[in-house]
Design a protein around this ligand. Sequence first.
Ligand SMILES: C[S@@+](CC[C@H](N)C(=O)[O-])C[C@H]1O[C@@H](n2cnc3c(N)ncnc32)[C@H](O)[C@@H]1O
Length: 237
Amino acid sequence: MCHRKKSGGKNGGLGDVASRRRKAVRVKAKNTRSESSRQWLQRHLNDPYVAAAQAEGYRSRAAFKLLQLDEKFRFLKPGMKVVDLGAAPGGWSQVAAKIVLNKESGKIVALDLLPMQPVDGVDFIQMDFTSDEAPVEIKALLDGPPDIILSDMAPNTTGHASTDHIRIMALAEMAAQFAIDVLAPNGAFVCKFFQGGAERDILEMLRAHFEKVRHAKPEASRSESSETYLVAQGFKK
Ligand SMILES: C[S@@+](CC[C@H](N)C(=O)[O-])C[C@H]1O[C@@H](n2cnc3c(N)ncnc32)[C@H](O)[C@@H]1O
């Protein structure tokens, strides 16, 4: 049974989220709050995806990015084996669990540096993906090659743009290499990606191993962010 829903019901809420109107909340400046944290709080309180995530039981607004990407590319299917890298607090795992898990089949292994509250049916590993043990632990839980690797990993930012870009892209490249090592034939790789200079190598690597490699910026990804996603489909084993 496929649990994918298209419209803004209990488990869905895709493209129409941004147009849901709510009264804007203004956060007043207080001595104890820096201007940047005041702006963050105001943006958070007025973000329709934050409200929709709360209303629909998702742990993060990021859940809508995966829902929108999957609505466009249809890479999640019932019964698949899924790896979710950078999974905490669990929005993507929740979305994947609704679509792929059923009584007979489907498997999700999620990993993050941070702890994560359990998601029904999802095996979670708290570990640094860059450690030597991470691929071993993931494979041990998978019981066969995965059909899709999802990576929403993002390291903490330093505030230094080019350093942040290099660190993010290094994680994306490691995730891509892992996907190429372990994916099942015709598998897919979906990865957070930041444009800004260091992307050529990873794109070349993916184009050599997948039938199609496309960029996508889901509506739930903030327009002011250089975040985008890479969707590679049709893994050539
Ligand atoms: C944007 S959040 C992911 C949100 C998640 N997809 C969701 O839907 O709730 C990025 C995550 O990447 C994780 N992360 C960053 N570097 C990592 C690493 N080296 N290994 C594992 N996880 C990492 C962070 O701890 C953070 O939880």
